[in-house]
Design a protein around this ligand. Structure first.
Ligand code: ADP
Ligand code: ZN
Length: 216
């Protein structure tokens, strides 16, 4: 049983690492950001509520986010392990997660934190492009597609996330520092925290994380 929380500032590589880990370890990948983006695309009630928060770089209210995760984590497919990506982001969410995982008897076993310096985060996010069809990530300088603006994998069009602009990014980084970063101490106190540096590139990070998980 592997129940993992993935933490780190926006741009640290949580989504990219999670995608590789879920394939390798057959875990259910729960990304609250992806869930909100999907709801926005489908124009559901949740999507209509969440859109203004995502576009501006602000956090969706805790009660909404906690409700969403509660429903998802309680489903049967999570019983063999899950990877939470982008949740919890506030102390209220972390405490709710503690209660919830107790209730359903699926305790968090490891919290993986990705460190990355702020200049690099800004560089990564401002150059990021994402495939509209399959979500594959690119970077205009360091991970260019073969043909400008076209996904190598599926041929879909690449676009910039609405919250990957300078103003929204500033707000996202502020929320990270004031609301999310303090959770590292919370998990450190519980003896669950393990830090990794994401500057060395995704392949190296993936090897380090999978080595650590298999040694546990
Ligand atoms: P990143 O880590 O690159 O900032 P995510 O895809 O994790 O991006 O999140 C995108 C946006 O979705 C956040 O800026 C926020 O508006 C919303 N969101 C995602 N997870 C949460 C959460 N746990 N609590 C509140 N809002 C969230
Ligand atoms: Zn694609």
């Amino acid at each position: 049983m592997r129940n993992i929380v993935l933490m780190g500032p926006p741009g640290a590589g949580k989504g990219t690492l999670a995608t590789k880990l879920r394939e390798e370890l057959h875990l259910v990948h729960i990304s609250t950001g992806d869930m909100f983006r999907e709801a926005i695309k489908n124009a559901t009630d949740l999507g209509k509520l969440a859109k203004k928060f995502l576009d501006s770089g602000n956090l969706v209210p805790d009660d909404v986010t906690v409700g969403l995760v509660k429903e998802r984590l309680s489903r049967d497919d999570c019983k063999n392990g899950f990877l939470l990506d982008g949740f919890p982001r506030t102390l209220v969410q972390a405490e709710a997660l503690d209660r919830l995982t107790k209730e359903i008897n699926r305790p968090i076993e490891t919290v993986i934190n990705l460190d990355c310096d702020t200049n690099e985060l800004v560089r990564r996010i401002s150059g990021r492009r994402v495939c509209k069809n399959c979500g594959a990530p690119y970077h205009i300088e360091t991970m260019k597609p073969k043909v400008d603006g076209v996904c190598d994998i599926c041929g879909g069009p690449l676009f910039q996330r609405p919250d990957d602009n300078e103003d929204a990014l500033k707000i996202r980084l502020q929320h990270y520092v004031t609301s999310t970063k303090p959770l590292l101490a919370y998990y450190e106190d519980k003896g669950l925290l393990k830090n990794f540096n994401s500057l060395g590139g995704i392949e190296r990070l993936f090897d380090e994380v999978t080595n650590f998980l298999s040694s546990k």
